[in-house]
Ligand binder design. Structure first.
Ligand code: ASP
Length: 291
């Protein structure tokens, strides 16, 4: 068992370039983990904390999500997000939504104000508008793509957060601008519950990487099932899921927190931007090794 009742992991996407400094992102993620430590210490619910952290990541413009998203091949910004509450297994997601600052806030609205789990396209936009969420009036001036050009067929970027709160509740949230140069209408793993995002009473997970492979391997749901039925640790289960992604030809990373507060953040991509609030209260951050 761990010594502290809460812990959290956040990520700013899998895949880093060897010749680029990520100090700004590392500093930002570390500061955010510090803010989350305060929130969790004050007794805030894991669900609220993961939403707040992902909102901060979306609006920072530092990652390929929210403000930092890249356009699709039609020059439009279609964003995906999902949030899941482990205690109740309530979930909400938006896919290919346009025109709003925070897809994760829209996902939470789907979860809390509709009988559905996911809304896509104009339906998601309509809900966000009716809920009074902050709109992007001029996409051309709002979005500042954070991604550097990448010639891989499926180049990526995403943000996510998983947390265990003082009462032992788990939650997960993921938000993304999707893969670079994606086809209009393309939806990745991130808003698909069980593929890129999952939370139950045993584990909360958020995936990042080449979404098509995470969908085909049902990465988050498979890792959760391995914890539930095979009693693997979060780290073992995530590593198994990543091996399956690799077997299919993809790569990426997964962040997770288990019911006892144990965290995991393995990746098989070239690095993963990530910060960790460990159960002993330490905060580490990095794109390869955590310091
Ligand atoms: N998984 C995301 C997607 O395929 C991208 C990423 O994580 O970088 O949309």
């Amino acid at each position: 068992m761990t010594s502290n009742p809460f812990s959290l992991v956040l990520h700013g996407g899998a895949g880093v370039l060897a010749d680029r400094s990520y100090q700004k992102e590392i500093d930002h993620m570390r500061a955010l983990a510090g803010e989350a430590k305060e929130m969790l210490g004050d007794g805030m619910a894991a669900l609220d904390v993961v939403e707040r952290v992902v909102y901060a990541l979306e609006t920072s413009g530092l990652y390929v999500a929210g403000k930092g998203s890249s356009p699709n091949t039609d020059n439009r910004y279609e964003l995906d997000a999902a949030i899941m509450d482990g205690a109740t297994r309530n979930a909400g997601a938006v896919a290919a939504m346009e025109g709003f600052v925070s897809p994760i806030q829209a996902a939470r609205k789907v979860m809390e104000t509709t009988p559905h789990v996911m809304l896509a396209g104009w339906g998601a936009n309509k809900l966000a508008r009716e809920a009074g969420l902050e709109a992007v009036d001029d996409p051309k001036s709002y979005y500042k793509p954070a991604a550097v050009p990448d010639n891989r067929a499926i180049a990526t970027g995403t943000v996510g957060c998983v947390a265990r709160d003082r009462d032992g509740r788990l939650a997960a949230a993921t938000s993304t601008g999707g893969t670079l140069k994606k086809t209009p209408g393309r939806v990745g793993d991130c808003p698909l519950i069980g593929a890129g995002t999952w939370a139950d009473q045993e584990i909360a997970l958020s995936c990042t990487g080449q979404g098509e492979y995470f969908i085909r391997s049902l990465a988050a749901g498979t890792a959760a099932a391995r914890v539930r039925y095979l009693h693997e640790s979060p780290d073992e289960a995530c590593r198994w899921a990543l091996k399956d992604v690799k077997r299919l030809g993809g790569d990426g990373g997964i962040i997770a927190v288990g019911r006892d507060g144990r965290v995991a953040y393995p990746y098989n991509s070239e690095g993963m931007k990530c910060a960790v609030l460990h159960a002993d209260g330490r905060i580490t951050a990095g794109v390869q090794d955590q310091t």
